[in-house]
Design a protein around this ligand. Structure first.
Ligand code: ADP
Ligand code: MG
Ligand code: MG
Length: 882
């Protein structure tokens, strides 16, 4: 028999793919001897079958029967047993944690008979009826796909009828009546009765959990977090323990360290007389975990001991869900917990100091994406600001935006390019799309473990929660705070580190980590985060094999990149140097209809170019500077054809002479291309316009010569763009070498960009004429897929992402199978001709963590990225080498 079901005692933490994270860790805790309520896990394999066929595998029923039998024996009671029923929860749990995205049903096994047994057995009828109404409510919502509002409204009506403030004020009879109301609602909305047979309840709940894998919000979350679409979820059947049996019971969540700073200590929330989701849903106010010591010292001490044990065992921060049933502690979940970027760096280095992990392991545990977050700006401490409230800093960052109260409105505003802060009393899983769209999230309720806090931290989004002074009125569209009213659409700023909320937009300053990279703050200046970053960056630099260069066209960018650790320039785009006031000279060049005019225009441009290169090469003195000769089509330097045509026509209509504009229009029309991306550009331009490349090369060579005379060490490299045939490169190379000889500066390497599929395929030939290759992965992606980035990203990419054609835009992260295969081919064939051919990459992908991993694997010598991404690239290059 294939194994579709595992007892908790049969699994372990390394079986996440099969048992899901929750199941694997429940098994691990069980085997560590921790108090876990017995149960079993149905594998993701069963889920995959369900998702494929719409039905669970036929052999599953028998396997479940068997495990239910075992469970019943262990617990000494049976499902549906009228006098003392076994109750279970049916819990989702995928391999990658997706907090709150999928479904869980508690109290499965209750029915009209066994509810009386539970009442009698527990001596607490109120509790029994409360458990039953929760079952019908969760079952209705999750399994029967009813609108949760139906139940919420009935509950509110029952409370109103009684003048009750909290659900705790409803007694057994009220809840019994509510159960009747709920059952009627089920019948009315689904045409079916609430199923009384426990095993039917369980089977339907299992199928619903499987199905929740493809709920809208789960799909959205996976896309956001780049989690695969076909992994499926496991289902955990776990015998129920009850935190809602009275004030000696309760439920809570805890972290072994502070997930926002990484500091050791006691962090979490506890709620007496409550079940499951009550804590995270922010229904009643929780108490800080430390206060639990006063309420129930025995359970508290045991919990602390278990947390220490778990951290030691997992060698990392863990988060935990637990329940106390009449003074007895039960562990319901643990996992290596999500944390903020700052916490990730600090925990990793603390664990080195505590002797728990080594430096390699510490480096593995932080990511380039986290480092990028630490480089976001902070609010300026010295700026004038109007503070209106202080909540809990749940997920760091400095965010400003207009106040928006609903997720739909947030998405709408963000689509228009507006920056918004989503303000809610509390968030729930349906707010995910609004949270993604917003700059930041502000709630008036809930703690560090609330939904808003957990999800925001996972996404790296700024969040302040539990700002209780704020009275958030969604219906009116206002926030009232100490007599001040803030309307929807007003700008506020939130600080996710301090929890402060400000009116208006607060100016920002560079983060301490950026100041460290800039050199104005030092590793030993007392900032613990900076010290941690310094330590791991140093290690990354020691172990990385990839060189790191930058894409920079100006001396300022080059200098900044150098401070950030760039070891040269991998791409200097020269066309930027033709803009601004130099446009006129370019126009003259384009309009020239004889050699003399052409030469004169080039002669005007040459000293300007030379000046640019002098500054750039000086800023990168001693380091390689790869200069790409002009690439884009010439019409990009001329005014738009439509505008010019209108101007000329208007002038003529008024009887005026359009003069220069007419000549310009003729040129624009002559140069017009239907498909400029595939038109006269790159090396083609150089071969067609005589003297253009020569002028650029002369500017480079003479700048280098001048710097050498000054005793400097300029190291330019000349790069020919958009080569598809070796003949193109040979012709261009001849011209370049001729000029170099003329100026008397030799030994400048001449290479090419590999950015056409043909170039990658014939890289062995191209290598004959090249001293180096640089993979231009932006154009290579465009030409491989056959789509132009400017045209497709808005047009259909979002739909492609939705349909799962790609999990992430191929312009953001390298498409390994297609574009990546061409890079690999280019590397292999190029090196087959010239084993010591220098290989780099200078597309946008050079700063993308996943892509850097790939470039390391295929054996490139360096990646080149924008100055601000340099630290990220250094870190990821280090991680790739481990
Ligand atoms: P999620 O993945 O959304 O956290 P869980 O499966 O952990 O969903 O369950 C939701 C809530 O129900 C959690 O607070 C959990 O602790 C609680 N819960 C789940 N199973 C049981 C059980 N057997 N007894 C008591 N509480 C439970
Ligand atoms: Mg949970
Ligand atoms: Mg290109």
């Amino acid at each position: 028999m294939s194994n579709l079901v595992y007892d908790f005692a049969e699994g372990n933490k390394d079986m996440k793919e099969l048992l899901g994270g929750k199941g694997a860790n429940l098994a691990e805790m069980t085997n560590l001897g921790l108090p876990v309520p017995p149960g079993f896990t149905i594998t993701t394999e069963a889920c995959k079958v369900y998702l494929r066929t719409g039905a669970v595998p036929p052999e599953l029923a028998d396997e479940i029967d068997h495990h239910v039998d075992v469970l019943q024996q262990k617990m000494g009671k049976k499902l549906g047993q009228a006098d003392d029923p076994l109750l279970v929860s049916v819990r989702s749990g995928a391999a990658a944690s997706m907090p709150g995205m999928m479904e869980t049903v508690l109290n499965v096994g209750l029915n009209d008979d066994s509810v009386n047994g539970l009442a009698h057995q527990s001596g607490n009828p109120r509790f029994a009826w409360d458990a039953y109404r929760r079952l019908i409510q969760m079952f209705g919502k999750t399994v029967l796909a009813m609108d949760g509002e139906v139940f919420e409204q009935a509950l509110d009506a029952a409370k109103d009828a009684k003048g009750a403030r909290s659900d705790l004020d409803l007694d057994a009879d009220d809840l019994k009546a509510l159960v009747e109301t709920f059952k009627h609602a089920v019948h009315e909305h689904t045409g079916r009765e609430f199923p009384q047979d426990p095993r039917t309840q369980m089977d339907l709940a299992i199928a619903a959990v499987f199905g929740s894998w493809n709920s809208e919000r789960a799909i959205l979350y996976r896309r956001q977090e780049r989690i695969g679409t076909d992994l499926g979820t496991a289902v955990n059947i776990c015998s129920m323990v009850f935190g809602n049996l009275g004030m000696d019971s309760g439920t809570g969540v805890a972290f072994t360290r502070d997930p926002s700073t990484g500091q050791p200590g006691v962090y979490g929330d506890y709620l007496q007389n409550a079940q499951g989701e009550d804590v995270v849903a922010g229904i009643r106010n929780t108490v800080p975990l430390a206060d639990m010591e006063q309420l129930d010292k025995t359970s508290y001490d045991e919990l602390m001991a278990i947390m220490a044990k778990l951290e030691g065992h997992y060698r990392d921060l863990c988060d935990i869900e637990f329940t106390v049933e009449r003074g007895k502690l039960w562990m319901l979940q643990t996992r290596v917990g999500k944390r903020t970027a700052a916490a990730a760096f600090r925990i990793a280095t603390s664990l080195i100091d505590e002797g728990v992990i080594d430096t390699d392991e510490a480096l593995r545990r932080v990511t380039g994406a986290q480092l990028a977050q630490l480089m976001f700006p902070r609010f300026d401490a010295d700026a004038e600001k109007e503070k209106i409230a202080k909540g809990i800093g749940a997920s760091p960052g400095a965010a400003s935006g207009t106040v928006i109260f609903t997720s739909a409105a947030a998405v709408e505003a963000a689509d228009k390019g507006e920056k918004v802060i989503l303000v809610r009393r509390e968030t729930n899983p349906d707010d995910l799309h609004g949270m993604i769209a917003a700059q930041g999230i502000l709630t008036s309720r809930g703690g560090k473990t609330s939904h808003a806090a957990v999800v925001a931290r996972g996404m790296g989004k700024t969040c302040v929660c539990g700002a209780e002074e704020l009275d958030v009125n969604v219906a009116q569209g206002t926030i009232t705070v100490n007599g001040t009213v803030i309307e929807e659409g007003e700008t506020i700023s939130i600080d996710g580190t301090t929890g402060e909320v400000f009116r208006g937009e607060v100016p920002v300053v560079p983060s301490p980590v950026v100041q460290y990279f800039e050199g104005s703050l030092h590793a030993d200046d007392g900032d613990e985060l900076v010290a941690a970053v310094h330590r791991l960056m140093t290690h990354a630099d020691e172990v990385r094999r990839l060189g790191i260069r930058t894409n920079a066209d100006t001396a300022d960018d080059a200098a900044r990149a150098r401070r950030f650790g760039a070891e040269g320039i991998g791409l200097c785009r020269t066309e930027h140097m033709f803009l601004g006031e130099r446009r006129e000279s370019v126009e003259r060049l384009i309009l020239a209809d004889n050699d003399a005019d052409c030469a004169a225009a080039l002669a005007e441009l040459e000293p300007l170019q030379r000046g640019d290169f002098l500054e750039l090469l000086a800023a990168m003195d001693g380091l390689p500077v790869t200069i790409r000769l002009i690439d884009p089509p010439l019409h990009e330097f001329l005014p738009s054809m439509e505008e010019l045509a209108v101007k000329v026509a208007l002038a003529r209509e008024r009887g005026q002479d359009p003069g220069h504009d007419a000549a310009l229009l003729t040129a624009v029309e002559r140069l017009h291309e239907e498909n400029p991306m595939l038109g006269l550009r790159g090396v083609r331009l150089g071969l067609v316009i005589p003297g253009l490349f020569a002028m650029q090369v002369r500017a480079i060579a003479s700048a280098a010569a001048e710097l050498r005379e000054q005793g400097k060490d300029p190291r330019p490299e000349i790069m020919i763009p958009l080569v598809g045939a070796v003949q193109e490169l040979m012709l261009a190379r001849d011209e370049v070498e001729g000029v170099l000889a003329e100026v008397g500066v030799e030994s400048i390497p001449i290479g090419t960009m590999i950015e056409l599929p043909r170039a990658a395929v014939i890289a062995d030939q191209i290598a004959e004429a090249a001293d180096f290759f640089s993979f231009g992965t932006n154009d290579l992606t465009q030409t491989t897929w056959g789509f132009s980035r400017d045209d497709v990203e808005g047009a259909f990419f979002s739909r492609y992402l939705e349909k799962g054609i790609f999990a992430v835009s191929p312009f953001e992260s390298i498409d390994r199978e297609g574009v990546g295969a061409l890079v690999r081919t280019g590397v292999e064939r190029g090196r087959a001709t010239k084993p010591d051919l220098k290989l780099g990459i200078c597309g946008e992908h050079g700063g993308d963590p996943d892509s850097i991993q790939f470039f390391h694997e295929v054996g490139l010598d360096y990646v080149s990225c924008s100055p601000f991404r340099i630290p990220v690239a250094r870190l990821e290059a280090g991680r790739s080498a481990l």
